[in-house]
Design a protein around this ligand. Sequence first.
Ligand code: NAI
Ligand code: AKG
Length: 387
Amino acid sequence: MYKYHCLNPIAPVGLEKFDEDFTGTEKVQDADAILVRSALMCDMEFDSKLKVIARAGAGVNNIPLERCAEEGIVVFNTPGANANGVKELVIAGMLLAARDIIGGINWVQEHEEDGDIARITEKKKKLFSGTELDGKKLGVIGLGAIGVLVANTATHLGMEVYGYDPYVSVDSAWKLSRSIQHAKTVDELYKECDYITIHVPATNDTKGMIDKDSISLMKKGVVILNFARDILVNGEDMVDALVSGAVKHYVTDFPTPEIAGVKGAIVIPHLGASTEESEDNCAKMAVKEIMDYLKNGNIVHSVNYPDCDMGEKGENPRITILHRNIPNMLGQFTALLAKANMNISLLTNKSRKEYAYTMIDTEGEVTEEVEKAISQIDGVLKVRVLL
Ligand SMILES: NC(=O)C1=CN([C@@H]2O[C@H](COP(=O)(O)OP(=O)(O)OC[C@H]3O[C@@H](n4cnc5c(N)ncnc54)[C@H](O)[C@@H]3O)[C@@H](O)[C@H]2O)C=CC1
Ligand SMILES: O=C(O)CCC(=O)C(=O)O
């Protein structure tokens, strides 16, 4: 029986997909699998029993990926499963910046007791007038699951859309509307656009990518939207830009003490993926990934190990080995099995940067001695024998 623990609430429709070989546990130290959304895991100690973490969502900057890889813990995310939820809120964010909907609604609430509200509305509404998105230029940085949806939808609102992503995947490129203009440099996008929205992962390379230098290249009064992660934007520089009017609105899904009360900032409490549909999609995908890994050894949508899929495990035992990507690992595995007089019926080996994964279907029993001998090979991080 495998045990799973949820560090955040995970949609029941996903958890219901676990079959009879799985049960929930309140004790994280007993878990073979952890499901998580945004809970911070960077300082957590992991029990040697833990084999897999599934992030029901896209961003994985709350999980220590490298340490997990070293400890033989495979980390998954659920690419694209919440992209539509975020896209819809980004479009709402652009509309909130273009029209003073929030100011107008607040004004009505302040005058809700006023019997004359209908008449004074017509006098006061000019205080909350705005502009339209039609004809404006939108720059989308990062054309992954969310960026592509935002870019394509904005074209239907009449916006002229520029996209920038030096690492765009073939899949995303296929999905992108032909009317999106390809910005060859991010500076080109900064200079051209009235609205700029960022949809890149938070990494050492992207941290602080929006700062006083990048803002200085943008049009005065630009609107910047950040539904990716707070650390992509230098908070101090953004406050200065809002105060000076260099940035008209900063629409962000990430409240920080620095930005929360600043005039011009439109701050949402991380609601991008908080829709029934996104939560259900993420939970279902995360549970599927965990079951497939624990029962079949397959890795699909990992963020710290290579994806590797040998289909459903059959009658024969399957040995799965997480190991370093160094020479002669396969040679040592096969030599060891040959010495134990074992036949290999199927073998796959995949690598990703410093780490690799080998799956071996064998004919005949895998003894404890064989399992132990594999785990003692230098560079092996975790061995499992699936029966
Ligand atoms: N507000 C919310 O609730 C949510 C926020 N997110 C955040 O949005 C981010 C993006 O999500 P997805 O689109 O699903 O991820 P994704 O992985 O599908 O797309 C990310 C894209 O960014 C591109 N990229 C990476 N570095 C870049 C750079 N320096 N310049 C330009 N492009 C670069 C990649 O090539 C990729 O196409 C996530 O990493 C997460 O932090 C995701 C889901 C929900
Ligand atoms: O689970 C959530 O609500 C956060 C979603 C998110 O930020 C992500 O998927 O990266």
